[in-house]
Design a protein around this ligand. Sequence first.
Ligand code: SF4
Ligand code: SF4
Length: 564
Amino acid sequence: MARLVDEMEELRIGVFVCHCGTNIAGFLDPREVAEYAGTLPDVVFVKENLFSCSQSGVTEIQNAIKENQLNRVVVAACTPRTHEPTFRAACEDAGLNPFFFEFVNIREHCSWVHKGMAEEATHKAKDLVRMGVARARYLEPREPIVADVEPAALVIGGGVSGLTAALSLANRGIEVKLVEREEELGGMLRRIFRLYPSNIDAREFIARQVEAVEGHPRIEVFTCSTVEGLQGYIGNYRATISSQGVNKREVHVGVIIVATGAAQLDLGEVYGYDGKRVITLIELEERLRNGELGAKNVVMIKCVGARVPERLYCSRICCMTSIKNAILIKEKDPEARVHILYRDLMCYGVDNEALLRKAKESGVRFINYSLERPPIMENGRVRVHSDILGKEIGINADLVVLVTPMVSQDGVEELSRLLKVPLDGDRFFLEAHVKLRPLDFATDGIYVCGTAHWPASVSESIEQALGATARASTYLINKRVTVEPIFSMLLDEDLCRGCGLCASLCPYAAIEMVQTEKGIKAQMIAVACKGCGTCGASCYRRAIKMNHYTDEQLIAQVRAAFSG
Ligand code: SF4
Ligand code: SF4
């Protein structure tokens, strides 16, 4: 059994119970919880805060630490996900090791889920605080891990987001390896005519980007290439780039940016697609660029293959792309008749709404249809039931444009496995947290931007690329990374049988099997480890210790749960 505290040290635990305005105090009784906390062993100080995370709340905690010589702090409040750094920093500023802090969540885990049950919620909050205090007694001081970062980046994908990311990093003095699987850089923008809402020529825009990348002294471009192997962790990745499937080269980089883009859904011969009278939106872009529309009566059918049972999501950019193209057609030939058949209109933002208005004013007709009654092609005409007019309409059509959604690229599963980063249900790359870490993966040092992540406009893709490179630059410029000292380690090398189970299960590739004098053993890479506990829970030899979540700490917590 580990010692509770240094033999000379007396445990002095402070407990702070937060009201979170009415988020907690509205559904349970914090006063009763605080009074109860004062009866727990080694608790020498208790205080209620209206908002513990506010400046005044933090100051109260810091003053209490100093004035009462507290050596453990328990805050019963909200979620560690957002506020743990605040309270750890408060402890540190008051001279206490930040890992002597224990967070008890009486909001998400209690008040919010037991609304209307104040008595029971108060009782549960007391249980949670008792458990937190029990664990706090076994906490140990810890120091952050600092590791070197190779000031170089691997950018995967040479479309607009990958090019933007590469240029942004290279202009900050970072060496960039840019890998593109096609022969040419530029991605989908090479096939687009004009961008919305700016009306910039897409091909000219992307050509300038490509020229800047190819001529940049700090960017090395690998076309016809893929990433075939990856080892390492933030600051220290070794990637194997395979060019033409033959030449292989290992590059050493500190971060990786995934910018693999997306593709347009190919539905085959739906609606009589023939590439002549029935074409896709991308083919329309090419015709507009070449000035070869060859039609007076154009009908665009939106949401073809999107927002249907097999593909529920909205692709977000096709509405504006079709509206932009409708305006271009009318500008070239005001006599042309353009109909847009839609289920919903996704025209978010002031600029996009202005374009929608412009399309309507220039005579583009919008007809709403429903999923249950899709348009029907019939002898050079399109029949559609307008849900708003409540009747069927026949429209002459020399050219039908199928507006299909963006879908994820081929090969994303392999890349996801290689990088050990997840995909969502639609096979787009999934960020660590939709609001708090929208450009990060859960694995540190790997970022995502552009349509690899989700259908996005060109301007959104550029913004995301700049955001991802800003995130990555914090490590690349400082050339070091500081990570939380919560990681797993071998408790006893002799216990490890070298079976490799832990290494195969670790979701962050943080365990290597290495040859030692005592045979093959697991070796944890502290800087890559997220402290998730998977390895510790799976090792049948109990050879792995979880720092900051030791057996003693967790057993004390569980015992406290049943000792109320
Ligand atoms: Fe060693 Fe346990 Fe990992 Fe097997 S699971 S390699 S015994 S630490
Ligand atoms: Fe991997 Fe999780 Fe074990 Fe760390 S704690 S080595 S992240 S399985």
